[in-house]
Ligand binder design. Structure first.
Ligand code: GLU
Length: 495
């Protein structure tokens, strides 16, 4: 791997132990944005050395999720597992140079030291100087097992300037000689992470705040290896609206779950970019196309305080994105969701008809799945009617006979004015409305009170797009069938 030292190189380094969490996706995005803004390179490393917890399925899910979000790496994916030789090389080097050592101290002795620190009220961080002179040699001679620890230089402090949190210094005495590899030579997280970042020429590490405590340890490894450490930017936590750590309780947390819920990747990217970052006040605009986010993005404007993930707000933003899309794109995305949910008979449901019903739902849909919810009545006659409204509008026999009469008026008007088979239907809707209005005015009925029972009969609901548009697309026969089914059903319970 070659590196141009003036060029920014960042990476996203997930462990494939589960689906891609929305918090990790935010870290991936911030790295990607930084790379794009700086003209740098965005890399992906799958940290799959934990053989017990890593799975191929999780790796695939991470790749698919990143691809869906558009966060594809600029170079081939690096798999940590394939780099074992390099890890061993670096480990051997530290051992040869005396910067790491085999520690034979048995567990019981460690426990004793830990207990003593607890009694004295001190933080416990092991270092070999805590043992008596000759004690380690004694354990080694006894042929006990060992681990490999790095030597944290005594009396020194290790620190770094975090691009978000500022200076963070920790005394080596509080870091201790921590374990970098097991006795069988298999290296641990902090070590492999550093070795790979060095080899990949990473200049900036942008990752969750939960890693802050690892960073001083990693700085010790960079120093021991004589490598220039990258700059670090830790990202604030993501909380739910109740200010608790974001979890399943708050709703979807896996990137693919958002896709299934009908969230658009561009809306999710826009929403995630504002979780912990915002452009200067004067340029702030919640809906920002990607190229605008890229041009404004900077790590200096990442905030320290936790970000709150609000599903409602994401849905609102998604709705805005839907309404800005060309209709042809909306059809392309929504038709498959309708076909997967309903038996869409291609003879009855022509493409043109599908487009027309989708048009009716655009204003009311915030996600792609909302379209299917909002349009379900076109595919399935209502199985029930909203209870409160059916009591209010169709609760007694008088109301039912008025409803049946209005349906007759409607059907007569329809017979006189057939629905146009091509072109706009607004004029037809106007003519139908006028016919119903003339009748309701003559009878002294409120127009709304006449239409609401019809809406219930056709959709089962009290809210829908313009009812005459719905009727035109549902067809005269189906409208008549639903009205009569509703009248029959509600007569049975009417007083
Ligand atoms: N594999 C680590 C994680 O998924 C990487 C952390 C890092 O970015 O350094 O948390």
């Amino acid at each position: 791997m070659t590196t141009d030292s003036t060029k920014i190189r960042v990476r996203f380094a997930p462990s494939p132990t589960g689906y891609l969490h929305i918090g990790s996706a935010r870290a991936a995005l911030f790295n990607w944005l930084y790379a794009r803004h700086m003209g740098g390179t965005f890399l992906l490393r799958i940290e799959d050395t934990d053989l017990e917890r890593s799975t191929e399925e999780a790796t695939q899910q991470i790749l698919t999720s990143l691809d869906w979000l558009g966060l594809t790496p600029d170079e081939p994916v690096v798999y940590q597992r394939q780099r074992a030789d390099r890890h061993k090389e670096y480990l051997d080097r530290l051992l040869t140079e005396g910067k790491a050592y085999k520690c034979y101290c048995p567990k019981e002795r460690l426990e004793e030291l830990r207990g003593k620190a607890r009694t004295d009220g001190r933080i416990f961080a092991y270092n070999r100087a805590m043992l008596e002179p000759g004690e380690m040699e004694k354990y080694e001679a006894a042929g006990g097992s060992f681990v490999i620890r790095i030597l944290a230089p005594e009396g020194e402090t290790t620190g770094f300037d975090d691009m978000v949190y500022g200076r963070i210094d920790v005394e080596n005495a509080n870091i201790g000689d921590f374990v970098i590899a097991r006795g069988d030579g298999s290296p641990l997280y902090n070590f492999t992470n550093v070795v790979d970042d060095i080899d990949m020429g990473i200049t900036h590490i942008c990752r969750g705040e939960d890693h802050v405590s690892n960073t001083p340890k990693q700085m010790l490894i960079y120093n021991a290896l004589g490598a220039t450490p990258p700059r670090f930017a830790h990202l604030p936590l993501i909380l739910g609206p109740d200010k608790q750590k974001l979890s399943k309780r708050h709703g979807a947390t896996g990137v693919m779950e958002f896709k299934e819920k009908g969230i658009l990747p561009q809306a999710l990217v826009n929403y995630l970019s504002l979780l912990g970052w915002a452009p200067p006040e004067a340029e702030f605009n919640e809906i920002m196309p990607l190229d605008e986010i890229v041009s404004k993005f900077s790590l200096d404007r990442v905030k320290k305080s936790p970000a709150v993930f609000d599903h409602e707000k994401l849905q609102w933003m998604n709705g805005m994105y839907i309404r800005e899309m060309p209709k042809s794109k909306i059809y392309e995305l929504v038709i498959p969701t309708l076909k997967s949910r309903f038996a869409v008979n291609s003879e009855l449901a022509s493409e043109e008809w599908l487009h027309s019903i989708i048009d009716l739902a655009i204003e009311r849909s915030r996600t792609l799945s909302d379209f299917a919810d909002n349009l379900s009545y076109f595919f399935e006659a209502p199985a029930e009617y909203e209870e409160k409204a059916s009591k209010k509008f169709l609760g007694n026999s008088e109301q039912i006979s008025q409803f049946v009469e209005s349906a007759g008026v409607l059907d007569n008007a329809w017979a006189a004015t057939p629905t146009p088979t091509t072109g706009p239907i607004d004029e037809w809707c106007g003519a139908m409305e006028a016919a119903v209005r003339t009748w309701s005015d003559a009878r002294g009925y409120k127009f709304g009170n006449v239409m609401q029972p019809i809406r219930l009969a056709l959709t089962g609901r009290t809210a829908s797009p313009s009812l005459f548009h719905v009727m035109a697309l549902m067809g005269r026969e189906e409208v008549a069938r639903r009205i009569s089914a509703c009248a029959t059903r509600l007569s049975a319970t009417a007083q």
